[in-house]
Design a binder for this molecule. Sequence first.
Ligand SMILES: Cc1cc2nc3c(=O)[nH]c(=O)nc-3n(C[C@H](O)[C@H](O)[C@H](O)COP(=O)(O)O)c2cc1C
Length: 380
Amino acid sequence: MKKECPDKSVASPSQPKPLYVNPYLFLHSVGEEICVWDYFHHQQFILDAPHLDRLIAHLTSPPLSSSPLDNIFLEEGILSETPFPRHQWGWDLLGQIYHFGTRDLDEPEQRSTLARATDFLNACSAFEKRQLQTGTPDPFIGLPRIDLPDWRSDHFDLNLGKALEARMTSRVFNGESISLHDLSACLGMTFAQKENPWPEADIHKVTFLGKRRTSPSAGGLHSVIPYIVAFHVEGLAPGLYGYDDVSHQLVLRASYTAAELDTHVTRLCGDQFFGENAACGIFFVSRLDQVWTKYPHSRAYRDVFLDGGHLSQTLLLLATSLEWNTWITAYFRDTELVSFLHLRSDADLPLLYVALGKGDRQALHPSVLEALRLRQKEST
Ligand SMILES: Cc1cc2nc3c(=O)[nH]c(=O)nc-3n(C[C@H](O)[C@H](O)[C@H](O)COP(=O)(O)O)c2cc1C
């Protein structure tokens, strides 16, 4: 018997081990290069053409032969010899990228309390420097201003427990006017900057860049400013106004009739008519550039919404204590709203709208009740 010598030319190729592709990747272009972003592990890599081709091959159909190009992918977790854990997710990929892409950010290794306190002060100084270099444009420069009546916190005879219990979302307003005095007090109490917010700054001779209002704000930034839609406010012409939280003034952006404003606002709130006939409405708008100057990671996008939520709850409770009805929404025709409010399309973000005024305290609008009656009639 003769032992056969294996013929190398016809030998079957070495079977490559199955490799799994990280499911938390997206590709995007950076200048003329392609970057793969692993949003779960917060890593980004520029790919040269062979690596890009190889990754595409893995993504489209498992390659039949192994390649040395896979080694770096294995080292960096783009590929793995074991399956990647899958996560439950009910929204689209955009939401998933943000959800995982903004959590578990790199924390510095364990450091002493004093070292961390020094890090904090250094970060504050760095922010101060950046702030001085960049600044943020004044949205109200050169516009006509109206002094609001003085306000004091004792304008509100607020019993917190009762206000919390009484607050509700009401979808019926009757067009009755509110006083400028009351509106001024609501704006001042919710949005005005506190004077001398950090007495410790003088004592310790440090600069605390930031604002204080009656609600907390991430990093003391208070990027959210109110735009007021005045429909029926005694002594105030109907129109769209900004609010200057330092001078406590309204800044006229555009004049309209109350009827025109109702039509606009209903459309801007996605055709929701629940705020019609309110006395006034307030759009809460975040100036994002104030936030990204301090916090460069997009995780801070979360904080902006939290700031809006705190401010709106303060306003809702104050309005409730004045026995006003309140309706809140976060649903907008975004681009049209940005244009109506004269905002920047990139760096301004409308978060919420709150309608305020008098009327029956009803969760259901009469038109909804009517539709309900019709449906019940049809089904009998
Ligand atoms: C962020 C946010 C968005 C909302 N969006 C809408 C909306 O688009 N339309 C609406 O009629 N109500 C909206 N609401 C009101 C809720 O429907 C209401 O708060 C909820 O039904 C509970 O009722 P309550 O406010 O009376 O306690 C919103 C509330 C919040 C906090």
